[in-house]
Write a protein that binds this ligand. Structure first.
Ligand SMILES: Nc1ncnc2c1ncn2[C@@H]1O[C@H](COP(=O)(O)OP(=O)(O)O)[C@@H](O)[C@H]1O
Ligand SMILES: [Mg+2]
Length: 254
């Protein structure tokens, strides 16, 4: 398989704790891939190693055919990996549109000189970013709220705004860390539709960490299960649901 993202024997230790132990992941282009496991299994830590936040103790991360271990989060983002956070990170005082634009900025075709002199190119570029951010707000169903401060959004919409901002970087791979956390049933169902559309209509490969089993089983094609940092199962939703180790992990843990 020509994976878009591939980790081999990815391992990280914090003192005596091996938080992620020899994790092999292989995500094909265009796949909707789920990463699940009880609290503390190491899921967020895997994201942090993929996105350059943590340096792995051992193992490799390849993205788009290139080794990316040791690159900074900014470099990894420029290569085409974008993420959201388990705890929402937005600029509360900025407007919804401005928050989405902070993602678009990364691809700005302006330099410091343009910004300082407020050149025509600067204005054109800012308009382009604004348009792109607005289109993503439309896609995420937030365009009516574009002018509100982010802090005025209800919780479910804040999560969606974080996704809009992550998409504004035009990623090849979008990593979502528990995007449905704190949402009600209706919001979760809408989110499931949106995640599928992100893949289908925007062509973005999705790596999804999520606790809500209905959501994960409903949209993911392949699921990998971690427990205490180790992979205990990998397969289709149907295979995962009847896997004895997975059932034991969930009944025993969480
Ligand atoms: N920076 C860190 N320092 C020490 N321990 C950490 C650090 N980050 C994560 N851990 C530990 O690694 C384990 C996995 O955490 P995490 O990846 O957040 O789990 P999950 O996202 O699956 O709930 C936990 O035991 C956690 O306490
Ligand atoms: Mg986590």
């Amino acid at each position: 398989m020509n994976a878009l993202l591939e980790t081999r024997l990815l391992t990280i230790r914090f003192g005596g704790l091996c938080a992620v132990d020899c994790c092999d992941l292989a995500i094909a282009p265009g796949q909707l891939f789920g990463l699940i496991g009880p609290n503390g299994a190491g899921k967020t830590t895997v994201f942090n190693m993929i996105t350059g936040v943590y340096l792995p103790s051992e193992g490799t991360v390849h993205f788009d055919g290139r080794l990316i271990n040791g690159r900074s989060p900014v470099q990894v983002a420029r290569m085409g990996i974008s993420r959201t956070f388990q705890n929402i990170r937005l600029f509360d005082e900025l407007s919804v549109l401005e928050n989405a634009m902070t993602g678009a900025h990364q691809h700005a075709r302006i330099n410091l000189f343009d910004s300082l002199l407020r050149t025509r190119r600067h204005h054109r570029e800012e308009q382009r970013q604004r348009d792109k951010a607005y289109r993503l707000l439309q896609f995420m169903g937030l365009e009516d709220r574009a002018g509100l401060p982010a802090k005025a959004l209800p919780y479910g919409h804040r999560r969606r705004l974080e996704i809009a901002r992550a998409l504004a970087t035009e990623p090849k791979l979008l990593c979502l860390d528990e995007p449905a956390a704190g949402m009600n049933t209706g919001e979760k169902a809408e989110l499931a539709v949106l995640i599928r559309r992100i893949r289908d209509e925007l062509g973005v490969t999705v790596l999804l960490i999520e606790h809500d089993m209905k959501l994960v089983m409903g949209i993911c094609e392949i699921i990998q299960v971690l427990e205490y940092g180790k992979t205990i199962a990998r397969g289709t939703p149907a295979e995962i649901q009847r896997d004895p180790r997975v059932i034991a992990a969930y009944l025993g843990g969480a």
